[in-house]
Every structure is written in C-alpha cells, then in structure tokens.
Design a protein around this ligand. Structure first.
Ligand code: ZN
Ligand code: ZN
Length: 392
C-alpha cells in the first residue's frame, strides 16, 4: 500500500500540470479513487474530482487536497525530478514543477481515502473526498462551489485539509483563528499621453505617475492600517515604455495585498484605488486608470474549537512532541472558501516535509519533501482528523 503511494507520488511529481490544466492529474486520481469504493465524479468546477463514500447515518466529513503545479524549473536533483514543460495562460512555454507539494497532498488523500474505506465497519457517516484544481490561482475552490459541489453531493458538516511545508518532517503544525491571510491581486493600467522624450511638456508621463504610485502606496500600511493589524502591499510588476527617448502612453502595475481580516482587506483595497486615481489626477491624466482585480482568496480562518478538538486527536495519535503551534502565515489558500460558502467550520493544518538543516520554502525550485515520514504522516493526519468527526 505504501509502496503504491510512493509510486503514485513520484508519478504525480514527474508529471506536474499548471492550474486549470490538471487533465492528467485528475484522470490518474479518479482512477485511483474508483477501485476504493467511492462514487467518483470528474469535471467539477474545471478539472475537480469528487469522491463520495456513504457509510450509514452520521456526519458528512469533507477532505480536500489540491492538484496543481507551478511554472518553476525544478532544481532538487531528485531521481524523480520533473523535466516537464507546459504553456501558461499567456501562451509562454514554461518549466513545470510541483514546488508547492500539491502532489503530496493528493497522494496522501488517496492514501487516507483507501484507509478509511478499508476501516468502514468501524465508523459511520459520509466521506466527501475533494481534489481541487487551480489552487495557485485561488480560483479552484470557488469554481467547485459554483459548479454545485454542495448541491450535487452531500453537504459536509466540517471541511478538513492540510498543507505540506518546510517544518521538520513528521511534525504537525497548527494555529487557530485567522491562520492564512486574505490575498488579492490587481492589475492597474495608468493612462498618460505618449510623445518625444525631449518634449515632456507635450505629454502626460505615465512613468512618473507609476513611480509616484509605487512610493505613495507604501503609506497605506505605514499610515492607514491600524498598528495592531497586519497588512502587506507589494508592487511585484511594473512595466512601461520601450525606448529611452519615447514617453509611453501607458504604464502597468501588478499589485498584491495581504490582510488577516475582511475589514483591513476592504480598507487596503479602497486605499489602493483611491491613491492610484489621485496620482493619475495629480499628473493631469485625461483618462481614469483601469483596475482589474484578478486573484482573490479570503482569509483562511480555522474554527478555534474544531481545531483544538482535532489537535487533541493528533496529540493522542502522534504524541505531544510531534504536534506544535505555528505562527500564522502571510501565505494564502482558498480552502476557506468551502466552509465559508455553507457556514461550517474549517480545520486546516500544516505538516512538515523537511529533513536536515536546509529547508527550502514552498515555491522554491529546491522544495523537496522527503517521501518518508512525510507521506505516512500526511495519510495518518487525514485519517485521524476524519475519524475525529465521523461517528464511531
Ligand atoms: Zn503554492
Ligand atoms: Zn500550496
């Protein structure tokens, strides 16, 4: 069984697929899930896969894993390293890698689905097993909900999931309350009026406008967000012009924000739009800037009571030294979308995949969870968590 899972993991690792393109991954996982006794539905919210195991009266427990990979050139040197390439949404040829460990998440969920099916005489209730696409775009969860996840399949009483990360292998890390930040990205286009670099008076320079926007945005966290709150505003993309002596027509900014509450997030979103508009006006722009809010993940809130109940079960199973509280993360996840959509608690924990002192973080080209004890710990954590909420 573990040997099969290792084989599955290495196969998924060698064959990563970008968000919204998880065709092969979904097929492989559906093929693994069917013989375990689950009713399997594919193509939910894109390439999402849903498995249902009805096992008498009792609670409905949802277990979620994500499936997508990233445009990263793998540099782990592992014998099963990915050399795959793909085409991103803009049509660029890119290297592909499971640099966030979603291959490990999916493998562990297959392992747990198998274990729980094999033990079905010892529990009752319904298992809803969800393989989600497009997590890295923070779109997949919303797409599955919009495609009727909670109308077409049994509605869960609790949502459970996990993320492998760069804490020591075999260790479970948890936190309660707002654990992962809300994240939004906006693509801004500033409109100026282009012309000759020697005659700036006859132009409206979008480069100067963009430069002022970048510096002025830094005042949001420093001067608008209450000091006891946390937010991050990053301009990760800035593009304008083609030649030194031409003032361009437009400038583009890609801005990313993080916050731990809906209030702060709304405040920061509004501040970004206000500042960009004001800088455009200050530069006497003739056309309003465009805002395209492309990515959005809500705050990931771990229900405190449900989390502590689950953590107690982890401590009983793994022992106290393998279960540790971790600080909240500025990283984001769309797993919170499910519980929020139907008003049920979410419990989402981290588990370690790293051996030794060098611990590359998720999204690094060197991110390389050791297969064991990571795999077995991930399977057991899902089983223990599910059994905490199922009857029996
Ligand atoms: Zn990621
Ligand atoms: Zn991830």
């Amino acid at each position: 069984m573990v040997a099969d899972l290792i084989e599955l993991y290495q196969d998924l690792h060698r064959n990563p697929e970008l968000s919204l393109q998880e065709v092969r991954t979904a097929r492989v996982l559906a093929e693994e899930l069917r013989p375990l006794g689950y009713e399997v539905t594919t193509g939910v919210g894109g390439h999402g896969v849903v498995g249902v195991l009805r096992n008498g009266d009792g609670p409905v427990v949802m277990l979620r894993a994500d499936m997508d990979a990233l445009p990263v050139q793998e540099k782990t040197g592992l014998p099963y390293a990915s050399t795959a390439r793909g085409t991103d949404l803009d049509g660029n040829d890119v290297p592909l890698m499971h640099a966030c460990g979603h291959d490990m998440h999916s493998t562990c969920l297959i392992g747990a689905a198998g274990r729980l099916a094999a033990e079905r005489q010892t529990w009752s209730g319904t298992l809803l097993v969800v393989f989600q696409p497009a997590e890295e775009l923070a779109r997949g969860a919303r797409a599955m909900v919009a495609d009727g996840l909670f109308e077409r399949f049994p509605k869960p009483d609790i949502v459970l999931g996990q993320h492998v990360t760069n804490i020591p292998a075999g260790v479970i890390g948890y936190a309660t309350g707002p654990v992962m930040s809300a994240m939004d990205s906006v693509q801004v286009t500033l409109h100026g009026r282009g012309g000759h670099g020697s005659m700036p008076d006859q132009t409206i320079d979008p480069v100067l406008m963009a430069a002022n926007v970048v510096t002025r945005l830094q005042g949001i966290v420093a001067r608008e967000v209450p000091p006891a709150e946390t937010a991050v505003v990053t301009v990760g993309r800035l593009r304008a012009g083609a030649k030194d002596n031409i003032i361009p027509d437009t400038a583009e900014l890609g801005i990313n924000l993080r916050a731990y509450s809906a209030e702060v997030r709304d405040q920061v979103r509004a501040a970004i739009e206000r500042i960009v508009r004001a800088e455009a006006a200050a530069s006497r722009a003739e056309r309003e800037p465009d805002f395209d809010w492309t990515v959005s993940a809500p705050v990931m809130v771990n229900d405190p009571d449900a989390t502590l109940t689950t953590v107690d079960a982890f401590v009983r199973h793994f022992g106290e030294q393998r279960v540790t509280e971790v600080p909240r993360q500025t990283a984001s996840e769309d797993v919170g979308v499910y519980g929020q959509a139907i008003g049920v608690p979410t419990v989402f924990w981290f588990w370690g995949g790293m051996d030794g002192d060098a611990r590359p973080s998720n999204h690094s080209p060197e991110f390389a969870p050791v297969i064991e004890p990571t795999l077995t710990t991930g399977v057991e954590a899902l089983v223990v968590a599910a059994r905490t909420w199922l009857d029996g």
